[in-house]
Design a binder for this molecule. Structure first.
Ligand code: ADP
Length: 258
């Protein structure tokens, strides 16, 4: 029974033990409450794409929609969205359980960043968004897991693309900062309201404006990014002006040179 508490009127050692027990019981109850909330969130998030899929398939079966390749492509897109959501959930669950294994080594941030920029270059061009990369010479190598860091960068960049209208600009920068290196992704997009700002790294959180968007992501990208960066011993943050744009940044430890 997670509601059990010991009356801790006693002074001295016995009272200490009772209070320690009560604190543990409360921590357990909180963890249990969080676990229930997460399950409810997951069920809620899976329901929407499943409902869309079911509707599409029923319309195809009933002949309301023609059984042509274009329709199948739509169903396939929805299945892919669902698969990505499940994969993101798996990663987040691992991270929250502290079971994410990092394979760390010296990482050349220049090539990591340039590679990530290349991967969104076409989409940016198609959307009429200018993409700029500013990196200083002699950027020290970071100490990290290149695959995970690529994932963080791609999350920030696809968000910047998603929330920046045509004619905007995305800028990626990096600079040494003491024994860390800071990476910045700036956009000139819709920005984030001050009341949403503290929550954008929470799982499933979406600012009001983006919640209804059809092309929205899972609402997990930034939560995963935060876990990954903190697992590296870095910090992640954001500054934003609604209507002006957003600035996401993270720090990483650099490889200490003797
Ligand atoms: P999503 O999959 O919805 O993008 P994220 O965890 O990546 O989920 O982001 C959470 C929310 O933070 C988004 O729904 C959006 O409201 C806001 N957000 C993230 N990046 C940006 C950005 N570059 N500009 C404006 N809003 C952003």
């Amino acid at each position: 029974d997670l509601g059990a508490r010991i009356p801790a009127r006693e002074a001295g050692e016995l009272g200490e033990v009772a209070r320690a027990f009560n604190q543990m019981a409360e921590a357990l109850a909180r963890a249990e409450q969080q676990r229930r909330q997460m399950l409810a969130d997951i069920a809620h998030e899976l329901r929407t794409p499943l409902g869309i899929l079911q509707g599409q398939l029923e319309a195809l079966l009933d002949g309301v929609l023609p059984l042509v390749p274009e329709q199948i492509v739509q169903v396939h897109d929805e299945v892919r969205h669902l698969a990505r959501l499940v994969e993101d959930l798996r990663l987040l669950a691992l991270a929250e359980a502290g079971q994410l294994r990092l394979e760390r080594r010296p990482v050349d941030l220049r090539s990591l960043i340039e590679e990530a920029a290349d991967r969104i270059a076409l989409q940016a061009a198609e959307k009429g968004i200018r993409l700029e990369v500013h990196l200083p010479e002699g950027l020290p190598p970071a100490w990290g897991d290149p695959g995970r860091l690529r994932q963080v960068l791609m999350n920030l960049l696809t968000n910047a693309l998603r929330y920046t209208p045509a004619g905007g600009r995305i800028t990626i920068e990096a600079q040494p900062l003491g024994d860390q290196v800071q990476v910045s992704v700036r956009d000139t997009g819709v920005g984030i309201a001050p009341e949403d700002l503290p929550y954008v790294f929470d799982r499933f959180y979406r600012a009001e404006k983006s919640r209804a968007r059809a092309d929205g992501g899972s609402g997990l990208g930034l939560a995963i990014a935060r876990h990954l960066i903190e697992a590296h011993g870095g910090r992640i943050g954001v500054e934003s002006q609604p209507g002006q744009g957003s600035h996401f940044f993270f720090t990483l430890p650099i490889v200490s040179r003797p």
